[in-house]
Design a protein around this ligand. Sequence first.
Ligand SMILES: Cc1ncc(COP(=O)(O)O)c(C=O)c1O
Length: 383
Amino acid sequence: MVKGLFPIEELSARRTPFYYYDSALLRATLAEISSLLLRYPDWKVHYALKANFNPALLQIIAEYGLGADCATGGEIQAALDAGFAPDGIVYTGVGKRDEDIRLALNAGIGRFNVESVAELQVINEIATAMGKVAKVSFRVNPDMGAYSYANITTGLTENKFGIHHTMLEDAVKQALLMTNIELCGLHFHIGSQILDTADFIPLCNRINQCLELTDRLGVTLRDVNVGGGLGIEYDHPNHRPMADFASYFEVYKKHLHTKLPVHFELGRSVVAPCGTLISRVLYVKEGVHHKFVILDASMTELIRPALYSAYHRIENLTSEEAEEVYDVVGPISEHSDVFGKEVKLNRCRRGDLIAIRSAGAYGEAMASHFNCRPFPEAFISEQ
Ligand SMILES: Cc1ncc(COP(=O)(O)O)c(C=O)c1O
């Protein structure tokens, strides 16, 4: 029974579907990160806005002094509006647009994570025209995977991301010749939803090699950014509502051989557990082999199951009746508009409130207007 976790009366009074965010859990998570960072005073966590750019959540996250990891000019603006310090903003992305580069330079962001020499040249040109110097880290493609989902693995040779580690030396030499580029760091990101923190050890080894290279080239860096990727327990949101940040930081402490400050870009692990998609049962439909629970939520509010076959725990918040087995689906005419197959739920009836858990990351942020459906609203609990 998880019903005590949710303010059922308040939720019932609202029009569904909507995202419910537990601000107390978000604050507890941020407090845990802040307290662990006391052990590593010059390390910094940047919150990856792509996971969730809801302005009220951003304001809470900014209060805890995190930096921001942004993928577009829109995210940079959202971070600035929420109160993140400009010099704590890093801007990553394989296809930065000129106007977004200008916005970033005007705002005085802390770092461009540059993904190609072609991009570096454009940033240098734009910075020169504006009379500014761009602080840059090279995003290095380390040619190694995260072992979680193949489609959220970003560090392989075949991926579009970063400068391949074998091409780093040439890129560094070119950067050193550019007048309006200051090369400040190296950046990495191998993928997402990584639960076994030992998966980060090969990355540490690759980073150590790359730092040996930059040392050999006589470059003095300011920091190294290891990206994000820490996973959460989608299966057990009640038992483990927080990611294992302590083990995550320890792996880097143990396996990175550098005195440089280490920066992180965490998205999912910060916000996923605090978010729940709340929906209502429209119909319970008897099929030949299956019983279907048809929700008023769909892949337009939460696309992860359709996109990655991602698992989210589903619960009936308003029934205490014996469990039955259902396929839980949305109303859209797409084969993949399914939240879960053969899900055990307390017996469902029309109007029951259904919680789709751990949906705070890559949920609301990836919502669409498909079928002319409105964007989901958000309700943030007072803490
Ligand atoms: C460059 C970069 N940094 C950070 C993140 C955040 O990753 P996560 O949400 O897994 O922590 C992502 C996610 O795609 C990313 O692409």
